[in-house]
Design a protein around this ligand. Structure first.
Ligand SMILES: Cc1cc2nc3c(=O)[nH]c(=O)nc-3n(C[C@H](O)[C@H](O)[C@H](O)COP(=O)(O)OP(=O)(O)OC[C@H]3O[C@@H](n4cnc5c(N)ncnc54)[C@H](O)[C@@H]3O)c2cc1C
Length: 503
């Protein structure tokens, strides 16, 4: 069907992409490289970068080495540290958008409110909160698994009269100097910003529900010589990237193959804590009661030293209530504060929100998951949602290496699908229900004995039923192999009619 002016739609596109983080930008680059120009990127914010545009808290950095945590097609010889800080990663992604001339394709301020499959026209029709509409043959979600901050449901939180913000919405205009500050949460973000704010604040109460395991951080500046070498002899950087990839991949042996290996890793983490925390009482509070790896393993050399400062208290009693100027814990203690910073992470169990994606028969994607929980074929396709692909979908998260490797694998797969649709003149592709079920039965079978499910913790990797819908339980090269080629026999396909337009 041609572009329908009555709907006020932009020209009909081959591909609509939601999001401009690593996923959306990577997808767009590959489309351009394949000579496909009729696509748009719908981005709710006013800039590109996703995670690395939003998370501006002090100390924000990646925890996978930058030489690996970057696109394979856009190596950056100029990383200044092994683990680059947020501003450098955001600049890198902005640089990718500039170099590949993606900005003319981006519609900023386009907060997608709903995407609906139009069966008659075989098109995705997308509406944004400001009333714009878009139509496309293929819809790719790069909405990110960690893009919506999670706010804890604590009685009285809304009535707090001091300063309150989430780490992903850091208020840099608020001066923490001399303030009494409560930090709620001790996850990946908190362990990065707590050491940065401890020297400024008058007092810090750190509310910890479950302590993380923390390993030493092998960070260092990358010398001018190394950077020159990477620029002049690009294969040296490729070699370094390959070495990092191979090294990090060995971690799967402990996570999945034989969780007993993790006890050795745990000893290193225990030694790290013992070296940095002399006080046995504080060590007791900071020692997790689950096997390392069950929750995300964190890396830091400055978190423990920050907690040993006299003006820092680690509080392990649950937060029960927030009052106008204080935090109250289950043991009845009331601690007055000027500011509360939420380090409470993201709504990770919702890869896309309810009420956003409607497939065949107007079915909400969430309703298709109501029986078995969140799942997709290869973390990418869902039965009943033709021509729709999720990047960083269910069971594509990682605990051991770079997420960008998974994102690029999925992008290759979607590109192969688009190529196949074009060459075989296919109007729709819809993954078969039995294929999706077989794939997920296998994933759940593997993940159920892995450390994330068996390590004795309750983490954001697991849903309310205790099903791990987040993590890819295996080597990433296995995922890369599975996503190498789009196989039409796994999908119900419909051929184009002569009047139909192509993907
Ligand atoms: C602080 C932090 C540190 C991390 N460090 C690492 C690391 O070291 N290594 C690693 O492998 N992974 C890390 N991650 C995970 C990280 O999220 C992924 O590596 C990667 O950045 C995800 O990219 P993405 O494009 O899929 O999603 P995002 O970067 O989250 O981008 C999603 C985009 O979609 C947009 N969007 C969402 N909903 C809508 C909507 N309805 N309409 C329009 N636009 C929408 C958002 O505005 C955003 O721009 C980290 C995550 C966080 C939060």
């Amino acid at each position: 069907m041609a572009f329908d002016t009555r709907r006020g739609e932009e020209k009909q596109m081959s591909v609509l992409i939601i999001g401009t983080g690593f996923s959306g930008l990577g997808m767009a680059v590959r489309l351009k490289q394949a000579g496909i120009e009729d696509f748009v990127l719908l981005e709710r914010a006013q800039g590109v970068g996703g995670t690395w545009r939003d998370n501006r808290y002090p100390g924000c950095a990646c925890d996978v080495q930058s030489h690996l945590y970057s696109f394979s097609f856009e190596l950056n010889p100029d990383w200044t540290r092994m683990f680059a800080q947020q501003p450098e990663i955001e600049r890198y992604l902005q640089g990718v958008a500039d170099k590949y001339e993606l900005l003319p394709h981006v519609r900023f301020g386009a907060n997608v409110s709903a995407a609906r499959w139009d069966e008659a026209a075989a098109l995705w029709r997308v509406t944004t909160q400001d009333g714009r509409t878009f139509a496309g043959r293929v819809l790719v979600s790069g909405m990110g698994a960690l893009s919506n901050p999670a706010f804890p449901k604590i009685p009285g939180l809304a009535d707090f009269k001091g300063k309150l913000f989430h780490s992903a919405q850091w208020d840099h205009d608020y001066d923490l100097k001399g303030k009494r500050v409560a930090v709620i949460g001790t996850g990946a973000s908190a362990i990065q910003f707590v050491p940065q704010i401890v020297p400024k604040v008058a007092h810090l109460d750190l509310y910890q529900r479950t302590p993380p395991w923390i390993m030493p951080k092998p960070d260092r500046p990358i010398s001018a010589f190394e950077r020159k070498l990477f620029r002049l002899l690009p294969f040296t950087q490729k070699l370094m990237r390959a070495g990092l990839y191979a090294f990090l991949e060995t971690r799967v042996l402990g996570f999945v193959v034989n969780p007993k290996i993790m006890t050795l890793v745990q000893k290193t983490a225990q030694r790290h804590m013992k070296r940095q925390v002399p006080d046995p009482e504080l060590r007791r509070k900071l020692t997790p009661d689950y096997t390392i790896g069950c929750k995300r393993v964190l890396i830091s050399d400055d978190y423990y030293p920050a907690l040993t400062q006299k003006h820092v208290d680690v509080i392990t009693s649950d937060v029960s209530e927030i009052r106008a100027n204080a935090v109250v814990t289950a043991d009845g203690t009331v601690r007055e504060v000027d500011a509360i910073i939420l380090g409470t992470g993201f709504t990770v169990q919702d890869p896309v929100p309810r009420g956003a994606i409607f497939g065949r028969g107007g079915k909400d994607l969430w309703d298709s998951w109501s029986e078995k929980g969140v799942e997709a074929y290869l973390g990418t396709s869902v039965h009943g949602f033709p021509n729709f692909f999720m990047l960083m979908g269910p069971n594509t998260g990682l605990g051991h290496t770079s997420q960008v490797f998974m994102i690029e694998s999925q992008i290759r797969y979607v590109m192969d699908c688009i190529r196949t649709m074009r060459s075989q003149k296919l109007r729709t592709v819809d993954v078969r229900a039995d294929v999706q079920k077989r794939f997920n039965d296998k994933v759940q079978g593997t993940v159920s004995s892995a450390i994330w499910n068996s390590g004795g913790c309750k983490s954001w990797y697991l849903d309310a039923r205790g099903r791990n819908t987040t993590i890819w339980p295996g080597f990433t090269f296995v995922f890369r192999n599975k996503t190498r080629h789009f196989k039409t026999e796994k999908y119900a396909v419909e051929a184009e009619t002569s009047s139909a337009t192509r993907a």
